[in-house]
Design a protein around this ligand. Sequence first.
Ligand code: GDP
Ligand code: MN
Length: 385
Amino acid sequence: MKIHEYQAKELFRKYNVPTPEGGVSDSVAGVKDIAAELGLPVAVKAQIHAGGRGKGGGVKLAGTDDEVTTAADAILGMTLVTKQTGPEGRVVKKVLVEKGVGIQKELYLSIIPDRETACITIVASQDGGMDIEEVAEKSPERIIKVPVNPVTGIQGYHLRQVMFGIELEKPLMKEFSAVLRNLYNLFVDYDCSMVEINPLIVTDDNSIVALDAKMDIDSNALFRHPDVMEMHDPNEDDPTEAEAAKFGLNYINLDGNVGNMVNGAGLAMATMDIIKQAGAEPANFLDVGGGANAEMVENGFRLILSDPKVKGILINIFGGILRCDVLAQGVVQAAKKVKLSLPVVVRMEGTNVEEGRRILAESGLELINATDLADAAGKVAGIVA
Ligand code: GDP
Ligand code: MN
């Protein structure tokens, strides 16, 4: 689960990772109050779960009272479009107002788990700031990676490897070491899948401050972190995914136009692969689960249909615990309720398959039967092409 910058910074402060002073507000009047308390200049920063806010106009510096009002007015309520939000953008409901800091240098620092090395990996660069993606593309050698074995934890040599790697000046090393150690501990204690500071700055008066903060916490570990659970912002949830969670369905929204409904996560992954192999793109991942009933199938079907991207649907069920007749009933129920207008390809095998096929055939729905997986993928890809 992602949290907002202002929330991540609360956790940073708890772990002695320095951040600028600030406060959060959802109104122009509130922003003015915070700015008056902090003193000018201030930075006004949109709080959404996506990076690239600066370039999209979601971060503004204000040096006068008028500029504070203008910035708050412009950012609160705006639809902020960044590289990470997609073209539809996100509506800004809250801003973080922070005491303006003089920047001498912008660094990049993040911690992520790395599957390949099975290590917690520190990623750092001396070229931090808003163009880090460009650095990664054009001068990747300026971004260093230091793997830390989670069993030994972070050691002095890791810290030195990072600091020499980013050519940090000697007088800053003590402070940087403390920041990195603290950030590492935060990462581990909070079961993070990502912590990122971009930029981590060297201020005009030579101290190190986290100017930005991003944190992603493993949702499976949230039961251990009630403080983080309280930070959940339903505003940031994908509406379809939130709806799916209510029904107990595993649904993930993707970019393609083939909606698909599958039972079992493994089969769902394989189905997405064959959709791609047939030259099309999946619009979602949906595992209705082994023990799905007709109602869950119906809900799943409605979720897929609520996605305007979907041009065709592939139902791929291997009836084991979920019987084919139950699936068929769910599909028919849903199709009738929502007045199905999209082509649906069905590939179904397993328990009660004959009964399932009979229900579908007698439903009066125009369903396209597939003989096997490859046939199903080919047919649906042909439809959406
Ligand atoms: P992002 O674009 O979503 O990553 O948002 P950031 O929090 O990183 O802000 C974008 C940029 O705004 C930073 O890289 C800084 O250059 C600048 N910025 C943000 N806060 C301040 C501040 O307090 N003082 C100054 N001088 N610049 C700031
Ligand atoms: Mn940033």
